[in-house]
Ligand binder design. Structure first.
Ligand SMILES: *[C@@H]1O[C@H](CO)[C@@H](O)[C@H](O)[C@H]1NC(C)=O
Ligand SMILES: *[C@@H]1O[C@H](CO)[C@@H](O)[C@H](O)[C@H]1NC(C)=O
Length: 301
C-alpha cells in the first residue's frame, strides 16, 4: 500500500542562453557626488585610455527574498501539499518563521514537525510507523511541494517584489556599471524563478548570475560575493549588494561589499547592523523608492 508513485509534469523552463553575459564596459560616469566614506574614496584609480575602461561599480541582487518573497510561497506550497495529501496540518506564517530558524531544508522541517506533533495519516494511508514508511511520506510530500512551488512561479502566483523592475531599469540606465544576481539556491531553481519572473529580456540586462552551486560554501560564507567581484572585475568596495536577511548581509560584509536590506515579513526583526540602509521595500511609484543613484551615492561612487 506504500507503493504509490507520483509523477507530475514539470513545466519546462525556457532557460536563457548563456549564464554569464559578455562583459562589455563603455564609458565611465560619476555623478559628481562626494564619496561618503574614506575607504571608497581611496579606490579611485586612473581610467584606462581608449574606448573601454574598467567597470566603475556593480549592483548585485540576491534572489530569494529580494526579487520575490519566496518564504511565504514555500509555506503556502507546504500547506497546499498537506491539503492535497489530506494531511491535517497547516503552518502559520509565525510558526513557519520559527521552524525556518530552527530547521534548515524542507524534508528535515517536516520530519521535525511530524516528530513533535505526531506522524499524520494521509491519502497514502495510516500514519507511517516504520522508517521506510516515514521516508516515503516525506519524499512524496516534498516532491509534490517542489512541483507546487514551481507552479506558483510559472503561473503568476509568484510576482516580483515592488520596485525590483524599476530598480533594474534605473540601474541599467546608468552607464559604467555592472548588474548581477547572486542566489543562494541551486542554479536550476534560481534560473527557473528568474526566467519566469524576469523573462529573457530583463535577464539579458544582467552581466552575471551566480547560484549556490557555483561555490562550495553557501551564504553566510562570503564566497559567492567574492567570486562575483572577481568575475565582474569590480572591487568589492564598489559593489552594492541588495539583501533581505542577516545571512545575506553577513555574506556581503564578509566579502567587504556594501549592502542595503529590503526585509520581508520573515526577516523584519533581524539585526541589520553594518548595512547602509534598511528598507521595507525597494518601492514603486506612490511609495518611498530606493533609487539606483542613491545606492551609488551610498557607496561613494
Ligand atoms: C497556480 O498553481 C497553484 C498550485 O498548483 C494553484 O493552487 C493555483 O490555483 C494556480 N493559480 C493560477 C492562477 O492558475
Ligand atoms: C521585462 O522588461 C520589459 C521592459 O523593461 C517589460 O516590459 C517586461 O514586462 C519585463 N518582464 C518580463 C517577464 O518579460
Amino acid at each position: 500500500m506504500w507503493r504509490l508513485v507520483f509523477t507530475f509534469a514539470v513545466v519546462a523552463p525556457v532557460f536563457s542562453q548563456g549564464f554569464v553575459a559578455p562583459i562589455l564596459s563603455t564609458s565611465s560616469s560619476r555623478d559628481g557626488s562626494a564619496p561618503r566614506r574614506a575607504r571608497t574614496s581611496a579606490v579611485s584609480r586612473p581610467l584606462q585610455s581608449g574606448s573601454s575602461s574598467p567597470p566603475e561599480w556593480a549592483v548585485i541582487f540576491d534572489c530569494d527574498g529580494v526579487i520575490l518573497e519566496s518564504e511565504s510561497l514555500h509555506r503556502e506550497a507546504y500547506n497546499a501539499v498537506f491539503r492535497e495529501f489530506a494531511v491535517d496540518y497547516e503552518w502559520s506564517p509565525e510558526y513557519y518563521d520559527e521552524l525556518q530558524n530552527k530547521v534548515g531544508g524542507g524534508k528535515p522541517k517536516m520530519r521535525y514537525y511530524f516528530g513533535e506533533n505526531g506522524w499524520p495519516k494521509s491519502k497514502l494511508g495510516a500514519p507511517p510507523e516504520t522508517d521506510q514508511e516515514k521516508d516515503l511520506l516525506i519524499d512524496s510530500l516534498q516532491d509534490r511541494k517542489t512541483d507546487i512551488y514551481k507552479e506558483f512561479v510559472a503561473n503568476g502566483t509568484a510576482v516580483l517584489r515592488p520596485g525590483v523592475q524599476r530598480l533594474i531599469d534605473e540601474t541599467k540606465a546608468i552607464s559604467g556599471g555592472k548588474m548581477a544576481i547572486c542566489s543562494a539556491s541551486t542554479k536550476d531553481a534560481c534560473l527557473f524563478v528568474l526566467d519566469n519572473l524576469l523573462g529573457e529580456e530583463n535577464l539579458s540586462k544582467f552581466d552575471l548570475v551566480l547560484a549556490g552551486d557555483d561555490v562550495p560554501r553557501r551564504k553566510p560564507d562570503p564566497m559567492i560575493y567574492a567570486l562575483a567581484s572577481e568575475k565582474l572585475g569590480v572591487p568589492p568596495e564598489r559593489c552594492m549588494v541588495i539583501e533581505d536577511s542577516l545571512i545575506g548581509l553577513e555574506a556581503a560584509l564578509g566579502a567587504k561589499m556594501n549592502c542595503v536590506i529590503t526585509y520581508t515579513g520573515s526577516t523584519e526583526s533581524q539585526d541589520f547592523a553594518g548595512s547602509l540602509g534598511v528598507y521595507p521595500e525597494l518601492g514603486d511609484e506612490g511609495s518611498t523608492q530606493v533609487r539606483a543613484s542613491e545606492l551609488l551615492k551610498l557607496m561613494g561612487v
